[in-house]
Design a protein. Structure first.
Length: 158
């Protein structure tokens, strides 16, 4: 299944992350991006944060004012069945190869994107398939808006 990078998002810390046309993805993270809270964000298993455009659109249809980059994801991905993306899945995004490590735990800073302030609406244990995902970088490379995203190693069945 192939998708595409809908939007690349960076910030100097905090949310929302703002769109850029392209970025280098490396073991140090996404160029131009930083995290204000280095205890809970960043590191080798949380190098890149990904989220689904289709999930964002579904949340918007529920009335939530969330948008691409709002939840702090670096790559907003379109056209991939998000329920197939989980720990161990490897994705090629542009020139980079990423391995999903675990779902991102929602942060209270994301409450502003939910009409009732319940940022746990995107908590994987409470709403499987609606979470952002963290990834480690296996192959560094340039990413651009519109680049293909392809699952190169699918999630294994339990």
């Amino acid at each position: 299944m192939a998708g595409r990078i809908h939007q690349i998002n960076v910030s100097h810390g905090g949310v929302p992350k703002l769109p850029v046309e392209e970025a280098m993805v490396s073991g140090g993270g996404v160029s131009g991006d930083d995290q204000a809270d280095k205890v809970h964000h960043g590191g080798p298993d949380q190098t890149v944060c990904l989220f689904s455009l289709e999930v964002i659109e579904a949340l918007r249809s529920e009335g939530h004012p969330i948008f691409a980059g709002a939840a702090g994801e670096n790559l907003t991905i379109a056209g991939i069945d998000w329920s197939t993306v989980g720990p161990g899945v490897r994705l090629r995004a542009g020139e980079a190869v990423l391995e999903i490590t675990f779902p991102a735990t929602p942060c209270s800073k994301n409450a502003q994107w939910f009409i009732d302030g319940d940022f746990n609406r995107m908590h994987d244990r409470k709403h499987p398939g609606w979470s952002r995902m963290y990834a480690r970088v296996l192959t560094e490379g340039q990413v651009r808006n519109g680049d293909a995203v392809e699952i190169v190693s699918p999630k294994e069945d339990p």
